[in-house]
Design a binder for this molecule. Structure first.
Ligand code: BV8
Ligand code: ZN
Length: 247
């Protein structure tokens, strides 16, 4: 399977990679829905919402502080680094991530579309005015916005919230134009991110899924790789670099 994928990818010019929580799992960041899912007793869909924040801002900030602290201690893994190398092998490359952990940027990826924002950024829940980034927020005394007095929240996209129009528009455009699309470490359940791979496939791209379990996408992909991204991606990139060198 690897050699077939390498054969195809070495003739492609425009690559899009979509990543989800699975790419960060080998760094020690719990995924959302796996058995080691984030903060087991709560589901992300319950806490990552404006409703939860309005009802219990302290609990929501405790959850984000716990995640910030945990993410602050972890490093990118070989899967993240392989993607930074992949970026150099195509005329056009776009990394679209659902993750808010900042590990792709830390690994050195440049052209990144952070669909769901960044856990390290803060903003006003009422007027969206950015607030001091990287500032530790005390869940028991949440600061207010200097402009409108609104509560400060994490600058991530919650369920039921619109994504940044410019970011999602670019993600769709790149997905429509690419000739190879890799979906890596995502359960392909959360929209609109989950519709990008199928869009690429519809427009003629080769679609490769690298995920530990089957997902709603798996029946439409050209290749399903049931391996850890931190193990498969470095092998894929090494083979592609070999092809590049022999051109
Ligand atoms: C919107 C930021 C529109 C916050 C997140 C019914 C049908 C379709 C859609 C909907 C619906 N009901 C509601 C919706 C819309 C909803 C949605 O899609 N819900 C889903 C749950 C059904 N979407 C939204 O609300 C979006 N907004 O639609 O607005 C709108 C229109 C008009 C007016 C207003 C609004 C906003 C969605 C964004 C939510 N924010 N995160 C935060 O992080 O705190 S989503 C959250 O889930 C994370 O970003 C995460 O990345 C994302 C997706 O999860 P995954 O990344 O896939 O992680 P998961 O754990 O699920 O899977 C990991 C996979 O990796 C697993 O399969 C595992 O096997 C694999 N794996 C593990 N280890 C490895 C591995 N693979 C390889 N190697 C390994 N080592
Ligand atoms: Zn405000």
């Amino acid at each position: 399977m690897l050699s077939e994928i390498v054969d195809i990818m070495s003739n492609c010019r425009h690559c899009v990679v979509l990543t989800g929580a699975g790419i960060s799992a080998e760094s020690g960041v719990p995924t959302f829905r796996g058995q080691d899912g984030l903060w087991g007793k709560f589901r992300a869909e319950e806490l990552a919402t404006m409703e939860a924040f309005v009802a219990n801002p302290t609990l929501v900030w405790e959850w984000y502080n716990w995640r910030r602290e945990l993410m602050g201690k972890v490093e990118p893994n070989p899967g993240h680094y392989a993607i930074t190398q992949l970026e150099k092998l195509f005329d056009r490359f776009t990394l679209v991530t659902q993750n808010v952990d900042g590990l792709h940027r830390l690994a050195g990826s440049e052209r990144i579309l952070e669909l769901h924002g960044s856990i390290y950024r803060n903003k006003c829940a009422s007027c969206n005015q950015p607030f001091a980034d990287d500032l530790h927020i005390d869940p028991d005394s949440i600061p207010s916005c200097a402009s409108c007095g609104g509560r400060i929240r994490p600058d991530v996209v919650w369920f039921g919230e619109m994504l940044d129009p410019e970011i999602i528009r670019t993600a769709f455009e790149e997905s429509e134009r690419c000739d190879i699309f890799l979906s890596i470490g995502t359960s392909a359940l959360v929209h609109p991110a989950a519709s990008l791979p199928a869009m690429a496939k519809r427009r003629g791209a080769t679609l490769v899924e690298i995920n530990l379990e089957q997902t709603p996408l798996s029946h439409v992909v050209d290749y399903f790789v049931g391996e850890k991204s931190g193990e498969f991606m470095p092998r894929l990139v090494e083979q592609l670099q070999g092809r590049e060198a022999s051109k």
